[in-house]
Design a protein around this ligand. Structure first.
Ligand code: HEM
Length: 542
């Protein structure tokens, strides 16, 4: 017994000697926490925003914390971000990405393949190819929405807004990037269901904190997803929008990667490409539904979009929508921008101080805390203001200041610099198309008109766009029936109601379809010109 105690004491002393870290004058403030080895890991994992805000208050814009045996330097001075985002020599993006790939997807790929994969993505997701992808997303969204709410449905359909947004954007994105021209394409609903289970375990997978039964579940759902993705990208190559997945699979094959690993790599790409747009669309729709002024402004802008541009909205300018989206992402995009320090580096802070980053430590930026929620940069940062990124004249606002100095990074949902988001344009177009379709083709409202936005799931800080804790219940229906087949009032007043929310062209199109779609619910409807005088009158003035 006595020997066991002596051995334990010796082990503890040895541990303290080996892990002892002294702070030098040039080091950022050091906060190891009181729990040996773990340090601040528990608080960090539970609510990183709250923890880092507390550390910022205690230490300022740079500090080093111990998290599960690692020393992580957190930098929160946006004037110094460029030094990090443009440095490939001292700071490495792929080492930490490799750790996460292994933990989440059990995937090991050599570094050079990550670079090759990025080259392929840039080729397919930027420039002219983006137009094809947009058209494809638009077509899939249209079909999925049509299937979601059949045109004859006259009753409101109740659903959680998060699931509604995530499922539609996920399926449209999946069909566009993984399914086009592929005859073996798996039912997107099946993939979505499995994916959501996997997504729910993601943060615990990344932190290695799964309980035994969750570990089993994660393994089985990962296997099922890999099996579902197995046929993807393996068929005849086409030259259309889906060719990214063929090029990607072929690159892996040419490098001698086995089929199982190829499928895990595809699962990782599914997560990277589909994990953020749906949640972002949810927050945006939620903010619009709980802020009537914002909803009116966005709908007004959408009403001005001509019918010819409607299918893919490619060259359409929508500054009001863009500002509302940027504001949404300011509040909800919460990635950690993480880099391994592979060579000692000095960070120059805006207050003139200099600090040394030690080789072997990890560096982390958290733009949600600074600059996105910094009251010195954005007034009343907790509040959604749809026009925060608009000038008085309606042009996009890009000048934001901190301590009188103009900021380059006043919001950073897409990262920036050499490892900034490759899918940014595609994601923006997909969200815009989705919100446009929902607001112009659906009647959508909150089940509880006084409902507030749900809280965020605090365990997801650091993993891209946040997700809600719980749901925001909404009801929606195909507006053609919603506007015409139910409700009281004269037909003329129904026309006026429809006009308030909708584009007049859509209204006229609806007139043409009315008798086809809604005869049992619209007794007494006569041809459009007689019943819809306001719309015809409006047409005459155009
Ligand atoms: C709302 C949607 C999205 C958000 C908020 C988002 C955010 C981000 C952020 C913050 C990074 C930088 C990570 C870092 O520097 O450590 C990033 C990187 C990346 N994103 Fe996105 N993303 C979105 C959608 C997409 C889509 C649709 C795709 C692909 C189709 C995509 C592909 C990528 C890739 C490949 C990288 C890594 C770039 C590299 O290796 O250097 N993202 N994204």
């Amino acid at each position: 017994m006595i020997w066991t105690i002596i051995l334990l004491i010796q082990a503890a002393i040895l541990y303290c000697i080996l892990t002892h870290r002294k702070r030098y004058k040039t080091d950022p403030p050091l906060d190891k926490g009181i729990i040996p080895w773990l340090g601040h890991a528990l608080e960090f994992g539970k609510d990183a925003f709250k923890f880092l805000a507390r550390m910022k208050k205690k230490h300022g814009d740079i500090f080093t914390v111990r998290v599960a045996g690692r020393y992580v330097t957190v930098l929160l001075d946006p004037f110094s971000y460029d030094l990090v985002l443009t440095d490939r020599d001292s700071l490495d993006f792929s080492q930490y990405a490799t750790v996460l790939m292994d933990r989440i997807f059990q995937l090991k790929l050599p570094h050079h393949m990550q670079n090759q994969s990025k080259v392929i993505m840039k080729k397919h997701f930027l420039g002219m190819n983006l137009i094809g992808l947009n058209t494809s997303i638009g077509r899939h969204l249209h079909n999925l929405m049509k299937a979601e709410l059949s045109v004859n449905q006259k009753d409101w359909k109740e659903e959680g807004l998060f699931n509604f947004s995530y499922s539609l954007l996920f399926k449209a994105g999946y069909l566009t990037l993984f399914g086009e021209q592929n005859n073996n394409v798996t039912d997107p609903s099946k993939i979505y269901k499995e994916y959501r289970t996997f997504d729910g375990l993601l943060t615990k997978l990344a932190r290695g904190t799964l309980k035994p039964e969750e570990k089993k579940l994660s393994q089985s759902v990962r296997q099922r997803l890999c099996a579902l993705l197995s046929p993807v990208g393996g068929g005849e190559e086409d030259s259309g929008a889906g060719s990214w997945v063929h090029s990607y699979r072929r690159m892996l094959q040419d490098e001698g990667v086995d089929h199982d690993t190829q499928n895990k790599a595809l699962l990782m790409q599914l997560w990277a490409s589909q994990g953020n747009a749906g949640p972002a669309a949810f927050w945006l729709l939620g903010f619009l539904l709980t802020n009537p002024d914002a909803m009116t402004a966005v709908k007004k802008e959408f009403r001005g979009i001509s019918q010819t541009s409607e299918t893919c909205l490619f060259n359409v300018k929508t500054p009001v929508f863009d500002s509302a989206l940027e504001e949404t992402l300011r509040l909800t995009a919460a990635p950690f921008i993480t880099r391994e320090v592979v060579r000692e580096k000095t960070i120059h802070m805006s207050d003139g101080q200099e600090y040394r980053l030690r080789k072997g430590d990890r560096l982390c930026l958290f733009p949600l805390l600074s600059p996105q929620m910094d009251p010195d940069v954005h007034s009343e940062p907790q509040i959604f203001k749809h026009d925060r990124f608009l000038n008085q004249d309606g042009s996009p606002k890009t000048d934001f200041y901190k301590r009188g100095r103009m900021l380059k990074y006043y919001t950073m949902p897409w990262g920036a610099g050499v490892n900034g988001c490759v899918g940014r344009q595609l994601a923006i177009h997909s969200i815009r198309l989705f919100v446009y379709m929902v607001l112009t083709k659906y009647d959508i409202e909150l089940c509880d008109r006084n409902a507030h936005m749900p809280d965020v799931n605090t365990s997801r800080y650091g993993f891209g766009v946040l997700q809600p804790e719980g749901e925001l219940q909404s009801s929606h229906k195909d507006w053609r029936c919603a506007q015409w087949c139910s409700g009281g009032g004269t037909l003329e007043s129904r026309c006026d109601t429809a006009l308030q929310g909708l584009n007049w062209r859509l209204l006229l199109r609806a007139e043409r379809r009315l008798l086809d779609h809604c005869p049992p619910h619209a007794p007494g409807l006569t041809p459009a010109t007689e019943t819809c005088l306001p719309a015809s009158a409006l047409l005459a003035t155009c």
